[in-house]
Design a protein around this ligand. Structure first.
Ligand code: FAD
Length: 531
């Protein structure tokens, strides 16, 4: 059986930095196993390719929740990267860290080493921020970050609307923890997406001590005497077992990580027993504590022909855009889905911003139907720190079977109140002097929706995941926790989890930056313990 020092499962936002830092240390042989293919498709590197990879089963797990009773029985679509780079290869590229108080909250829950001051050096280490190094930012990290340039004309109208309702403009959406509005920074450089595949795994692969296997679905963690000894994976129809001399590091994401632990006998004894899986370690928290942002859109028709709809709806415009991109890496194909945003405190009792608003310079009814044949924009709103909790539980001992995902969106009064307030705030923005100069009609939810009850019904009927699921292998010291503050699985030696699943609570913003930070920090913890 082939031996490595470390076996890393999952080449995503957290797995990428871990493999890079472990191999750069020079002393260890590292195997990275990824279920998806290599990141060679050109749609992955073109920012507007987001619209294509969003539904592409070649690079996307395309999960869905179980029917959610409180959402009129709807199954909610969950895209998730299945490719080198993981979800960082198909995401919306917004670069937001969340609030310092998010991380301080993790520390207050007993997780030593996870306050914002503890995490900041890792954010700085990963970033090449425009403007260079400062107290808050890194200047020469592997992840190049820029500010989107496309459709800024429309963004400035959105930001003027924000200013009208008292949201101060900022040049750095990662710079202040208060209410604010501004242009987003994005993981884009020279008109191309920067995934962890590009930023971390490509350089790691050039090292002799790194091996990357794609199309390799890890089916179980091999365990002996309470220790992870390696993994067994399936590739090209063959089952392959490899040994890990030091550790197995699971970075398979919020769905994949609890699924793999449960398949390996680490999880709630009742669940595993019911499926005939021998229980190696009864950890009731594996798969629980699922959290996600619930996004609800408001869509407007405008007379100003400046939206992405106007740029690419006609064939000749698409061709012009393709030529411009091929020659200069500029133009509509460099557009990221959300170009600007705002963080707002909606409920008076909240300590700080409790909702995020994304300005999308385009409009649709459904993504599979394409852009509207009119000029339009969308304001997508989501509550920042939802209370609702769900779970991920395997439904079969077959590693190829989908686990059951239950998100329980909008299942608390608080979450419903913030979501209704967010929809009303989006309308307030659209009715400012700045935006009403260009808006001709509210397409959705529509002027007839006016009471709180109506807005809530819209949120239930039409809301979608904002694609930020976290929390299913929660970090902590209590009986419901799965990993400790060094990300070691409780009660199993030689096994760590490091990805979105370890977050005890969802951060107040998009989650990619936090996942890359987790990968950077995990690498330091692993290297320190190996020494
Ligand atoms: C459509 C979409 C849009 C998003 N937009 C944004 C955004 O604009 N900004 C932002 O900050 N965040 C965004 N996010 C969220 C962010 O990208 C994710 O939170 C983050 O990438 C998750 O990182 P991760 O390391 O936990 O998992 P992932 O990056 O998903 O990586 C997990 C990897 O493990 C692999 N894997 C899983 N199971 C196995 C197995 N058994 N064997 C082998 N390999 C396995 C998967 O194929 C995958 O490559 C978006 C996400 C999506 C899906």
């Amino acid at each position: 059986m082939e031996e490595f020092d470390f076996v890393v499962v999952g080449a995503g936002s957290s797995g990428g930095p871990i493999v890079d830092r472990l191999t750069a240390a020079g002393r260890y042989r590292v195997l990275l196993l990824e279920a998806g293919p290599d990141d060679t498709s050109r749609w992955l590197s073109i920012p507007l390719g987001f619209a294509r990879t969003f539904l592409d089963p070649e690079v996307n797990w395309k999960f869905a929740t179980e029917p959610e009773a409180q959402l009129d029985g709807r199954r909610i679509y969950w895209p998730c990267g299945k490719v080198i780079g993981g979800s960082s290869a198909i995401n919306g590229m917004v670069y937001i860290r969340g609030l310092p108080s998010d991380y301080d909250g993790w520390r207050q829950m007993g997780n030593e080493g996870w306050s914002f001051d503890d995490c900041l050096p890792y954010f700085k280490r990963l970033e090449s921020y425009p403007g260079g190094a400062s107290d808050l930012h890194g200047g020469d990290g592997p992840v190049k970050i820029t500010r989107g340039e496309h459709c800024n004309e429309m963004s400035s109208v959105f930001l003027a609307a924000c200013a009208e309702v008292g949201l101060p403009p900022t040049d750095d959406m990662n710079g202040t923890p208060h209410e604010r509005a501004g242009l987003y920074h994005a993981t884009v450089s020279n008109g191309r997406r920067v995934s962890t595949g590009q930023a971390y795994i490509a350089p790691a692969r050039r090292r002799a001590n790194c091996r990357v296997e794609t199309g390799a679905l890890v089916e179980r963690i091999d365990l002996a005497d309470g220790r992870a000894t390696g993994v067994t994976y399936r590739k090209d129809g063959q089952s392959v077992s490899v040994r890990a001399r030091c550790e197995v590091v699971v970075c398979a994401g919020t769905v994949g990580s609890p699924q793999l632990l449960q398949l390996s006998g680490i999880g709630p004894a009742t669940l595993l027993g019911g499926l005939g899986i021998p229980v190696v370690r009864d950890l009731p928290g594996v798969g629980e504590n699922l959290q996600d942002h619930w996004g609800v859109r408001s869509t407007y028709k405008i007379w100003w022909r400046r939206s992405v709809n106007d740029d690419i709806n006609l064939l000749h415009l698409r061709l012009t855009a393709a030529v411009e991109y091929a020659l200069r890496r500029t133009g509509p194909l460099t557009a990221t889905p959300a170009v600007a945003g705002a963080f707002v405190r909606l409920l008076p009792q909240s300590n700080g911003p409790d909702a995020q608003f994304h300005f999308l310079p385009w409009s649709i009814d459904r993504i599979d139907q394409g852009l509207h044949w009119l000029s339009g924009f969308t304001i997508l709103a989501n509550q920042s720190r939802p209370e609702s909790r769900g779970h991920v539980r395997i439904a079969s001992p077959d590693p190829a079977a989908r686990p059951a995902i239950v998100a329980n969106y909008l299942s608390t009064d608080h979450d419903r109140a913030v979501t209704v307030a967010a929809l009303k705030f989006a309308r307030l923005l659209a009715r400012t002097t700045a935006l009403s100069r260009i808006v001709t009609e509210e397409l959705f939810p529509g002027a007839e929706v006016s009471s709180d009850k109506d807005f809530l019904a819209v949120a239930r009927r039409e809301g979608q995941s904002a694609y930020h699921p976290v929390g299913t292998c929660r970090m902590g010291g209590d009986t419901g926790a799965v990993v400790d503050a060094r990300l070691r699985v409780h009660g199993i030696a030689g096994l760590r989890v490091a990805d979105a699943s370890i977050m005890p609570t969802l951060v107040s913003g998009n989650t990619n930056a936090a996942c890359m930070m987790i990968g950077e920090k995990a690498a330091d913890l692993i290297l320190a313990d190996a020494r």
